[in-house]
Design a protein around this ligand. Structure first.
Ligand code: NAD
Length: 360
């Protein structure tokens, strides 16, 4: 059955990198028999310019009926003076909450060809392959009450609430255990159970859920230690599951182990594996319109879509292998360039991936 993919380029380098991912999708349609229909939509600053809203009703309708969403990036200086509720980033948060995308999967995978691009020593990161599963719609970023208030003594106070219900922990734990089952079967749950009751509860529920996954080895680690271990010996991890805020911080840290932000994809999934797929980077206004952005994070996000939402694991591997191939062939955009290497443009990189696919 033909699946519908909503394609939302967004702002800055978004349209440039999405154009290359669309070329890859079209190759999969024409040469590999992938039955998909692409439906374009507006989000972020582009949507504000056209309609006044960062997430217009048309786009919301489109993403709700689509089987998966491919997103570029949103944001830029042009819209920074707007009130927070009308800014491009609100479009992104709206997509996550409207689609109930509670599970954010961020692989930190180092292609062996890029071992020298990391700030860590090659022997520490060579072969790195971690999956961080971050809870995305709960925890302290959403807990009530929150705000800034004035106390009786006249002093002002800022406050937020860290709250997790049993069902929220259980559903993200299941995504993490199921991901670990498909990998090296090791799951590390990261919390601060020694200080925060909400994460003591997190640990209790993750431990209970582990009884349903006897093949997966579960360990627990405090978040401060996890941050240190990710830099000291990152290859000890297979899958990490953690709360919204800890995941936000640790996944950015992990992304840097692999060298360039232009290489890292992400998936945000709902309870039925419907997902939104996007590179982890932003709209990079500093290089927008120059045809120099790295499109590989977006193309690898498309591979995640094939695996998680379109049930095409073999095609996902085919796309990942094509990316490896172009790196082996020495193609480098500016962000992953090493001394003495020539650089290719955004379009040349996308076309090289298409050529590598066609050569299969
Ligand atoms: P950024 O990720 O856009 O850029 C950070 C640095 O990385 C820049 O130097 C940029 O040139 C470089 N970079 C990013 N992607 C690259 C790529 N594919 N190839 C080569 N280099 C790349 O972060 P920022 O500069 O802090 O934010 C810029 C805008 O993006 C802001 O408006 C911000 O709100 C928005 N943003 C959006 C998202 C999203 O849409 N998911 C995420 C983060 C930031």
């Amino acid at each position: 059955m033909t699946k519908t993919i909503a394609v939302l380029p967004g702002d800055g380098i978004g349209p440039e990198i999405i154009a290359e991912a669309v070329k890859v999708l079209e190759t999969l349609q024409n040469d590999f028999g992938l039955a998909v229909q692409l439906e374009p939509g507006l989000v972020g600053g582009a949507a504000i310019d056209a309609t006044g809203y960062p997430l217009p009703a048309d786009t919301l309708e489109l993403v709700k009926k689509a089987d998966a969403v491919l997103l570029g990036a949103v944001g830029g200086a042009k819209w920074e003076r707007l009130p927070i509720a009308r800014r491009p980033e609100k479009g992104l948060l709206g997509l996550r909450s409207e689609l109930e995308l509670f599970a954010n999967l961020r692989p930190a995978l180092l292609f062996s060809e890029l071992a020298n691009a990391s700030t860590l020593k090659p022997e520490i990161v060579a072969g790195l392959d971690i999956l961080i599963v971050r809870e995305l719609t709960g925890g302290i970023y959403f807990g009530q009450p929150r705000g800034i208030r004035t106390l009786d003594n006249g002093e002002r106070q800022g406050f937020n609430t860290l709250v997790y219900s049993e069902s929220e922990i259980e559903r993200i734990a299941r995504v993490a255990f199921e991901s670990a089952e498909k990998r090296q079967k090791r799951l590390c749950s990261v919390d601060k159970a020694n200080v925060l009751e909400a994460t003591e509860f997190w640990r209790e529920i993750v431990t209970r859920v582990s009884q349903d996954y006897p093949n997966v080895q579960l360990t627990h680690m405090y978040v401060d230690n996890a941050a240190m271990q990710l830099v000291r010996a990152p290859k000890q991890f297979d899958v990490i599951v953690t709360t919204n805020m800890f995941g936000d911080i640790l996944s950015d840290l992990a992304s840097q182990l692999t060298g360039s932000i232009g290489m890292l994809p992400s998936a945000s999934l709902d309870a039925n594996n419907k997902g939104m797929y996007e590179p982890i980077h932003g709209s990079a206004p500093d290089i927008a319109g120059q045809n120099i952005a790295n499109p590989l994070a977006t193309i690898l996000s498309l591979a995640m879509m094939l695996r998680y939402s379109l049930n095409q694991p073999e095609l996902a591997t085919t796309v990942e292998n094509a990316v490896s191939q172009v790196l082996r062939d020495g193609l480098r955009t500016k962000d992953i360039q090493e001394p003495g290497q020539n650089t290719v443009s955004t379009r040349e990189m996308g076309e090289a991936v298409v050529a590598a696919l066609r050569a299969k």
